[in-house]
Design a protein around this ligand. Sequence first.
Ligand code: SAM
Ligand code: SF4
Length: 352
Amino acid sequence: MTAVALGLPLLRRPTPSGEGRPDVPELVDRFGRIARDLRISLTEKCSLRCTYCMPAEGLPSIPRSQVLSTEEVARLVGIAGTRLGVQEVRFTGGEPLVRPDLVDIVRLSAAAAPGVRLSLTTNGIGLDKKAAVLAAAGLSRVNVSLDTLDREHFRTLTRRDRLPAVLDGIAAAQAAGLAPLKVNAVLMRDTLDDAADLLGWALERGIRLRFIEQMPLDADAAWRRDSMVDAEELLAVLRTRFRLEPHGREDPSAPAEEWLVDGGPATVGIIASVSRSFCGDCDRTRITAEGSVRACLFGDDETDLRSLLRDGSDDEAIAERWRLAMWGKRAGHGIDDESFVRPTRTMGAIGG
Ligand code: SAM
Ligand code: SF4
């Protein structure tokens, strides 16, 4: 019962077979992709309740003993960086800033994986107090999620009246040199008309804004493909105020298509995760707060690493199980296929 309420998959596949896998250290899959970007969820808890993500009451707590400890997270980051070719690690959740040991996680991870870029995806609440110390601990940048500057719209969308706290967090991150600061906004019908204001605000502050199509990962299961706001609709709204020209992607595996604003040099990004899937270039691997590898946001297959972390297994054994998990990664999410089935976990329980 608890597993159902948490939105956790009830069935886990046995550890996937490595048949046909080349003998290389990196996280390769059957489709020729190499995962170099690791997302680690640190918690299912959150200070907001965004309607496209969490249920109003929040996700049920994961028992503390099942959540990776500070040292376990840092060990996985070390394995990823030194044995698996991971180049970037992003801490996410739930809300990573609700973890009291976040600064220690960053400090230990930086020591365990020198040269690996560490970043944070956060709603920004509490960042005003932590930005400088996180930067000193080894964090290089943050992505802050902010969908609207309209306080009432923010309150309705996140079910919390915390817009000023988010804005304070963004200002502190910029002051702490956590650059480039990116702001991610999920495209929702009720805030679509706020998109141009958000872009104007970001341009004034040198913030890189990216809009993201809403994916069917909301706990309330309210997402509908036919009513979802897509990239085309957003472009039409932004073009009422700005001149936009296509500018390609930062690099082939970057999810955002960039658009030059008013002749540049500033750009705005659009992550059309549903209408223009970029699964073919996906370079992500994910770890849940309980220490399982999730090869794809949308695949319920999870491979447990926590038991190896706790049974005395060495780093290479953990790396090898991680490699096998990624070898089994599926081709894509298939949201636009008739056969699409929503994953059991919701976004807040996976780590976006
Ligand atoms: N709490 C942090 C935050 O909001 O940035 C980190 C976790 S949150 C799950 C990570 C990202 O996923 C956020 O940018 C959020 O807007 C995005 N997200 C959540 N639910 C989504 C959905 N259904 N579709 C698209 N993006 C979503
Ligand atoms: Fe919390 Fe982030 Fe989900 Fe919003 S998107 S409810 S801030 S985890």
